[in-house]
Design a protein around this ligand. Structure first.
Ligand SMILES: Nc1nc2c(ncn2[C@@H]2O[C@H](COP(=O)(O)OP(=O)(O)OP(=O)(O)O)[C@@H](O)[C@H]2O)c(=O)[nH]1
Ligand SMILES: [Zn+2]
Length: 344
């Protein structure tokens, strides 16, 4: 029997089900879960209970309680990376759960996309796990040290690494982040090199990637994303490439990704300071003193507005569902009354 702490199990997780075994979701297919437990991998069927509440159903990295061939319970998550498509009304989706670190993956091929990295960092900080920025394709970049420094300056408190899956540069440093039983989740846009990094880390071809194109930005989609065991004992979740990542209820994550702005804002004279022309504005003072980059205030504002908009949309969605349920209930009561009337 394997020691499940090597799969990331922490004491303190509890199941309500006696006689059920904890297992970790390694892969989610329609109607089936591949789980890893003390007795190795197994395919199980998720019970309806796993879709109750607002969990969104089992996600890769989740812990479930398994009895026989059925996953009977979804255990509470310690962290979750939630994806919301920007501007859409679709519900948020958990793409990775119970990870210790979120690897925000972006590419050094072509100009740096700082605002995109900020966006991922905000959601990553909000996930409950610690973010790390991994800049791939360092072999295609003339001065990766300068690029790393630029991202570091824009991501206070976040570890930033440059890697190349082609030359192997930095791959050991990523492996070192994920010690035995430690789980990381790679998130990032399509084509930045997540699958290639996974291959470099596992030393084998676990996911298909296409040949490098001239501009180094090949596009393709690997569908079977899952939890992988790394040779050093770490665990890595490869998430589907995201075309866009919207913010949703990410105020806390934003404040952590923009800790410098948030900290200054906390010192403004007025609690509802808009940091424009108010007296005693610590944010304006920090910008005047040259300690805060005005671009960071702009990005923070923009992402905050988006987060609030998405939250309002989500609230409207909840209200609409509640109204629809109430209407359906009224209708069913009427129908059953009418039915009873007819038999009398
Ligand atoms: N030169 C160079 N090319 C790379 C590197 N890593 C990945 N690539 C190329 O970039 C392209 C995309 O890489 P993938 O690993 O498939 O990217 P991905 O992030 O998994 O993409 P999705 O599966 O769409 O999410 C492929 O053509 C890779 O060969 C690298 O370190 N250096
Ligand atoms: Zn202010």
């Amino acid at each position: 029997m394997a020691d499940i702490s090597l799969l990331g199990w922490r004491s303190g997780r509890v199941s309500r089900f006696d006689g059920a075994e904890p297992a970790r979701v390694a892969r989610v297919d329609r109607g089936r879960l591949t789980v890893l437990g003390a007795c190795g991998p197994a395919r199980v069927v998720p019970s309806a209970a796993l879709y109750a509440d607002d969990s969104g159903g089992p996600a890769v990295g989740d812990w479930v309680a398994v009895r026989g061939e059925v996953a009977v319970e979804l255990l509470p998550r310690t962290s979750a990376f939630t994806r919301t498509a920007a501007g859409r009304t679709s519900a948020p989706q958990v793409v990775a759960a119970n990870m210790d670190a979120v690897l925000v993956v972006d590419s050094l091929a072509g100009p740096l996309r700082l605002t995109r990295i900020q966006r991922y960092l905000a959601v990553a900080w909000g996930s409950g796990a610690s973010p790390v920025v991994v800049l791939t394709k360092a072999d295609l970049c003339d001065d990766d040290d300068a690029e790393v420094a630029a991202v570091r300056a824009d991501a206070p408190g976040t570890h930033v690494l440059a890697v190349s899956s082609l030359t192997g540069q930095g791959v050991d440093a990523v492996a070192a982040l994920l010690g035995p039983g430690c789980t990381g989740a790679m998130v990032g846009p399509s084509g930045v090199g997540k699958s290639s990094l996974l291959n470099a880390l596992t030393g084998g071809a676990v996911a298909d990637t296409r040949e490098v194109r001239d501009d180094g930005r090949g596009r393709h989609t690997t569908t079977a994303r899952q939890l992988h065991l790394l040779p050093g004992g770490g665990l890595l979740i490869d998430t589907p490439g995201m075309r866009e990542l919207g913010l949703h209820d990410d105020a806390d994550g934003l404040d952590r990704a923009f800790a410098d702005v948030a900290e200054a804002a906390g010192q403004c004279r007025f609690r509802d300071c808009e940091h424009r022309t108010e007296p005693g504005c610590a944010v304006a003072a920090a910008i005047d003193d040259g300690v805060l980059d005005p671009d960071r205030l702009r990005s923070w504002r923009k992402l905050q507005r988006e987060s609030e908009r998405q939250q309002a949309r989500a609230d409207a969605r909840v209200r609409a569902t509640q109204q629809a349920r109430a209407k359906a209930l009224v209708r069913s009561v009427r129908t059953s009354r009418a039915g009873r009337g007819a038999t009398r």
